[in-house]
Design a protein around this ligand. Structure first.
Ligand code: PLP
Length: 221
């Protein structure tokens, strides 16, 4: 299957899941996760009309996207990986959406840098719904305090993001994320990847992050 055929298939499945759940068909945004993918697949996605991409590393994203964004101002880049405070400056200049705010020091640096660059990007808070030791994301119990601090800092928090633990039924985590967002009055939910995006959509996802189902397996070098 080519990238453009995959894109057609994913778009159809997105529409079907929206229909089944009674959502408007334009409720869900596909974030094409291009990390580690070779150039020809990126170009194929661009040629097929995809404009929104997700990357999990600032440096890699810059190499892949800086020049392409200059020549194509319509492109939107989501940061979906953990962000270190020493990379905040580069992240704010390159990305259009930050999905992974998970602690107050990071929020503080982001707010400062966005003011400095006058780039006030929409942001998501990443929630560690499985409370996994090694995973980034704020714990559900710490979410409200982090959210309040982000608001005080003037950050534009539009929603929540999660990555369910491998091996757990993802639906539990999608439902929890939706509940937490509801409690805070947040509308956007970034949840669902290649293996579970239709389910995420039925549970209210507004952004799905799909890599391998669109581009094929990632090269492991
Ligand atoms: C890699 C990645 C994805 C995409 O995963 P696939 O299973 O390839 O669709 C989604 N979200 C995050 C945070 C990722 O790091």
């Amino acid at each position: 299957m080519s990238v453009s055929e995959n894109l057609t298939l994913i778009t159809a499945r997105m529409r079907k899941a929206c229909q089944e759940a009674g959502w408007p068909s334009d409720q869900v945004t596909l974030v094409a996760v291009s990390k580690v993918q070779p150039d020809d697949r990126i170009e194929a996605a661009l040629a097929a009309g995809q404009k929104i991409f997700g990357e999990n590393r600032v440096q890699e994203a810059r190499q892949r996207w800086a020049a392409r964004k200059l020549s194509n101002p319509d492109l939107l880049l989501h940061l979906i990986g953990p962000l270190q405070t020493n990379k905040v400056k580069d992240a704010v200049s390159l990305f259009d959406v930050i999905e992974t705010i998970d602690r107050i020091p990071l929020a503080t640096e982001l707010a400062k840098e966005m003011a400095r660059q006058d780039r006030h990007l929409p942001c998501f808070i990443q929630v560690n719904t499985g409370e996994e030791q090694q995973k980034s994301g704020v714990s559900p119990a710490g979410l409200a305090a982090l959210y309040q601090e982000c608001r005080t800092l003037g950050l534009n928090i539009t929603g929540l993001m999660c990555i369910p633990p491998a091996g757990d039924p993802p639906a539990l985590h999608f439902a929890l994320l939706r509940k937490l967002a509801g409690q805070l009055g947040l509308r956007s939910l970034s949840m669902g990847m290649s293996h579970d995006y239709p389910e995420a959509i039925r549970l209210g996802a507004t952004h799905i992050r799909v890599g391998t189902a669109l581009f094929g397996d990632r090269q492991t070098t």
